[in-house]
Ligand binder design. Structure first.
Ligand code: DAH
Length: 375
């Protein structure tokens, strides 16, 4: 309490106030005291409330004290002056308190807005964009080329019986061709599958789908079969126990070796580029006769000889041939009416060659530094 406010605890007479001027003077002092306190009050609900209590509090606020001690005890001569000044002071105090309260609210709002402000200059949350695996891109490339030639894409089971993986492809038991295709044999759970008695194995190539397809539909057949295959190989730069192939099969009444060669050459040019030359080299597969290896002119040196083609100018791409009539016997196709060709593309090998990847294991390690190079 200041002297001015303290004075409101006594009647005016005790203060020696006897004229309207003196009353006005007292009120001026009070007003100055209030303004001083209001100026010192920090913006905020708390100090505005304290100021309100001390000036407008019902019981002992300054305005109540004035009413009780000054107004009520004033004689008829001073009462109008005290009443007028009191009203003015009340109006002033109320207005100023209101202002203070509003300023406090505005400050609180600004503080909240500052806290909640979105800083648009902060870097956002970046979600790295993925891309298709290079092997998937190669699959898509191969499929696009053969789809444009009228082939259909079919897929088949990775778990096979020896009949589909070997016998029906003209690879009888004890045939030496089985040596290069050792694989994983699967224990089948007891039930309808195992009661059929046949062993189950992970397919060593996509060729079994040749048999499945011809069993299911009559000629003409034009299919490619993308998928995973398995072999009991130890991993190194060119081997993996799981890798990828695209099988191809075309069977119709009038398919010649010429169509076969033309199709294969078209594929190689589309896949590796228009300047690439193709060479067919005699080979052997039990399910094709004649069988060939398709070589491409080396796309690194153009045929003059380099490290990739081992100075030969040629790169071995994949195996193929005219379907061996013995295979038609397994699927009840008439070998006298029908002819066809088949091929087996190694997708991992073709990707390695096309993109210059020396180690096939890179495909399976999921190292993003490798994967990012093929967006
Ligand atoms: N199935 C063979 C392998 O995995 C590849 C193959 C060669 C498939 C010649 C064919 C073919 O259809 O005609 O080694």
């Amino acid at each position: 309490m200041t002297n001015a406010t303290d004075s409101t605890r006594q009647p005016l007479a005790a203060l020696g106030v006897a004229s309207a001027e003196a009353v006005a003077e007292r009120f001026a002092e009070l007003r100055a005291a209030f303004d001083g306190e209001a100026a010192g009050a920090s913006a905020g609900a708390e100090s505005a409330k304290m100021l309100r209590d001390s000036w407008m509090g019902r019981k002992s606020g300054v305005l109540t004290l004035i009413t009780d001690n000054w107004l009520k005890s004033a004689g008829p001569a001073l009462r109008p002056a005290v009443g007028k000044c009191l009203n003015e002071l009340r109006g002033h105090v109320e207005q100023r308190l209101e202002e203070l309260q509003r300023a406090g609210e505005a400050a609180a709002e600004n503080a909240a807005a500052a806290r909640e402000r979105v800083d648009l200059s902060l870097p956002g949350v970046t979600r790295p964009l993925g891309s298709r695996h290079l092997l998937r891109q190669t699959f898509a490339d191969i499929e696009r080329i053969f789809l444009s030639l009228g082939f259909a894409v079919v897929e088949g089971p990775e778990i096979e019986t020896p009949y589909y993986n070997f016998e029906a492809l003209n690879i009888p038991e004890h045939h030496p061709a089985r040596d290069t295709m050792d694989t994983f044999y699967v224990d089948t759970p007891p039930g309808p599958i195992s009661s059929k008695g046949a062993q189950r194995l992970l397919r060593t190539h996509t060729s079994p789908m040749q048999i499945h397809t011809m069993e299911k539909q009559p000629a003409p057949v034009r299919i490619i079969v993308p998928g995973k295959v398995y072999r009991r190989d130890n991993p190194d730069a060119t081997h993996s126990y799981m890798f990828h192939q695209v099988e191809g099969l075309a069977v119709d009444t009038d398919i010649t070796f010429c169509e076969f060669k033309g199709t294969v050459e078209y594929f190689v040019r589309e896949f590796l580029g228009p300047k690439i030359k193709t060479r067919l080299r005699p080979s052997y597969f039990p399910f094709t006769e004649p069988s060939v290896e398709i070589d491409a002119s080396c796309f690194v040196c153009g045929g003059s000889g380099c490290r990739l083609c081992k100075q030969s100018g040629w790169i071995e791409l994949f195996g193929a041939g005219m379907v061996d009539p013995a295979v038609y016997g397994f699927v009840n196709y008439d070998a006298k009416q029908l002819s066809g060709y088949a091929f087996g593309l190694g997708v991992d090998r073709l990707s390695q060659l096309k993109y210059g990847i020396e180690d096939v294991q890179l495909f399976f390690q999921n190292d993003v530094r490798f994967l990012r190079q093929f967006p």
